[in-house]
Design a protein around this ligand. Structure first.
Ligand code: NAP
Length: 247
């Protein structure tokens, strides 16, 4: 039987593509998202093409919901071996206009949500002395991004958490890496473009060395590699999937 992989934010964008790719490679995937119907649809599609998937409605900023979902995965599939954290939110707000509530929500979902998921899943990996954790951060945490200081701070936190855990968990057989994506066409990016928060895709592509925007599949390929046995000597790394942006 395939290894058990939990993917958060798996109802849309990169998380969805990662879930599909891992399922296609024979993993048993658990698709967690606060958008339950989207996660459920993704699970049905995977099952109808012969894969093994379950879906759960989870707000990653709520520890009890995260713990409950991880327990559901354990009871249906067994111990969790792989975790990919893609659930996240973006906002574009001038620094002086970020409210304390905006700040708290950003940190709660992007950073504390990542913490909750890792801390809830990792005991299984520790017991098995094997595990793979891949966090999805952002190239904006490497370059900075105007009107996104709370987002960038949350993603910088994810990168730091990843590096710290790589040192702590490496001796236990668990690798921890982050993918900081560049400009990837997903529903999140489409919404930002529609609001006028991002330029047209053509403009973004023209400024990108490989002259295109990224796809969710670009991220899924990299994530699937980091989840494999073959990636066992890679840990604590930021694997930049950004079309060659100089950071
Ligand atoms: P997406 O299409 O919006 O997918 C993100 C998914 O996460 C959505 O289904 C979303 O649900 C879900 N989610 C949001 N908050 C959640 C919560 N509290 N608990 C559980 N699920 C939650 O976005 P994406 O572009 O694939 O983004 C995936 C990750 O990559 C995010 O962490 C994002 O910050 C990061 N990223 C994206 C880009 C880019 O260019 N797209 C670049 C760098 C980094 P809702 O639809 O209900 O919000």
């Amino acid at each position: 039987m395939g290894r058990v992989a939990v993917i958060t934010g798996a109802g849309s964008g990169m998380g969805l593509a990662i879930g599909q790719r891992l399922a296609g490679a024979g993993y048993r995937v658990a698709l967690l998202d606060r958008d339950g119907p989207s996660a459920a649809r993704a699970g049905e599609e995977i099952r109808s093409s012969g894969g093994t998937a379950l879906a759960a409605t989870v707000d990653v900023s709520d520890r009890s919901q995260v713990d409950e979902a991880m327990d559901k995965v354990r009871s249906e599939f067994g111990p969790i071996q792989i975790l990919v954290t893609s659930a996240g939110i973006d906002r574009f707000v001038k620094f002086t206009e970020i409210s304390v509530d905006d700040w708290d929500q950003m940190i709660a979902v992007n950073l504390t949500g990542t913490f909750h998921c890792i801390q809830s899943a990792v005991p299984d990996m520790l017991a098995a002395k094997w595990g793979r954790i891949v966090t999805i951060s952002s190239s904006s945490a490497q370059s900075g991004a105007a009107r996104m200081s709370h987002y960038v701070a949350s993603k910088g936190g994810v990168m730091g958490l990843t590096k710290a855990l790589a040192l702590e968990l490496g001796p236990k057989g668990i690798t921890v890496n982050t993918i900081p994506p560049g400009s990837i066409v997903t529903p999140m990016m489409e919404r930002a473009k529609e609001r006028g928060d991002l330029p047209d895709l053509e403009q973004i592509a023209a400024r990108t060395p490989v002259r295109r925007t990224g796809t969710a599949e670009d991220i899924a390929y990299a994530a699937a590699f980091l989840c494999s046995d073959e990636a066992g000597y890679i840990t604590g790394q930021a694997i930049n999937v950004n079309g060659g942006w100089y950071l």
